[in-house]
Design a protein around this ligand. Sequence first.
Ligand SMILES: *[C@@H]1O[C@H](CO)[C@@H](O)[C@H](O)[C@H]1NC(C)=O
Ligand SMILES: *[C@@H]1O[C@H](CO)[C@@H](O)[C@H](O)[C@H]1NC(C)=O
Ligand SMILES: *[C@@H]1O[C@H](CO)[C@@H](O)[C@H](O)[C@H]1NC(C)=O
Length: 384
Amino acid sequence: MRLSALTSGLLALASFSRAAEIIKRAALTQVSSFGANTSGTKMYIYVPDMLAANPPIIVAIHYCSGTASAYYSGSPYARLADQHGFIVIYPESPYSGTCWDVSSTAALTHDGGADSNSIANMVTWTIAQYKADSSRVFVTGLSSGGMMTNVLAATYPNMFAAASAYAGVAAGCFYTGTTAGWNSSCSGGTSIHSQTEWANTALNMYPGYTGPRPRMLINHGSADTTIYPQNFNETLKQWAGVFGYTYGSPQQTIAGSPSAEYTKYVYGPNLVGVYGTGVTHNIPINGDQDLAWFGITGSTTTSSSSAVATLTPKPTSSTSSTTTLVTSTKVSTTSAAASTTSAAAGGCTAAQWAQCGGSGFTGCTTCKSPYTCKFSNNWYSQCL
Ligand SMILES: *[C@@H]1O[C@H](CO)[C@@H](O)[C@H](O)[C@H]1NC(C)=O
Ligand SMILES: *[C@@H]1O[C@H](CO)[C@@H](O)[C@H](O)[C@H]1NC(C)=O
Ligand SMILES: *[C@@H]1O[C@H](CO)[C@@H](O)[C@H](O)[C@H]1NC(C)=O
């Protein structure tokens, strides 16, 4: 009797917390209903305890073989959200191999019904749910997520104020006409087009749109053998064309910025390229740089938004008991299958996130402990 009363009380509590799960703070939380989702893309969100009034939103998009959880743990945005009070959305690809669909006509079309459309719906849901600032929505991603960053900038220019793509390709470059296809001429850096052609490719993804477009920060490494460095040049051509700059004539070239191995190509307030000499596909994510580019932190860029000044604590009625701040410990999701690291036969091991296999790949195929080499597709395996 007392036991059953207690049990039903606990059940009531459990269902209450499940209902309130979407507002759980300082924890990566799945949102199961955010609007139309024809591609079956999953939505995860990170809302810090201390949320800014009218918070900005950063959409942070994982690489091939990644997950929302892996990108939450392995990128700096959630930790930075704790400091600056913005919301992070981590979409998760629904496809086997979990690369994004950046290759189908639907994906490359505004409101086309594919992943890009689902991610836009996540943003719309979040703006409404948290009274977020629709003029401060940003997107970033790595590798396949970098490709999606460029695709979202082209398909939803009305939604994003700025973007930072790492090791991606120009929007449309990965076109195959199939869902989540792999365009090896693009990845291999042999899809070369003029500035005008690339610009038209992007502009045609949302025909008739004449409003403002996201400011673009393009990051790539010169030693990237997964998404060849020529894609840096092609992506800059695309956005230079869209913004009316001249690809071959950046206004400023700054060597050693933001650190020794990088050179910054400044075309103007709307386009900057950051090229890392000797940097591979395992390109580091520079969260501080991204926040400055987005105008969330003070920067030299022209931005209407000032630094976040006031943070409001979570409502005391929140059901979340999690008060500790989530640290960005790089949790490995692998099941300690570290046996492959002992041999180091070739004398080399690849770091976390590094490529470790794929057609034409000649680097280390053994991952540094405790990571394991996970197959993504015929062209790409990665240490996770
Ligand atoms: C989107 O699809 C995924 C996979 O089917 C599902 O887990 C998720 O709940 C769906 N979300 C919405 C809003 O329909
Ligand atoms: C990749 O894109 C190029 C255009 O840039 C196209 O010619 C080629 O057919 C595409 N590859 C595949 C496999 O569809
Ligand atoms: C691509 O851009 C990089 C950085 O500006 C430059 O070093 C390289 O020569 C360019 N490649 C081509 C083919 O123009």
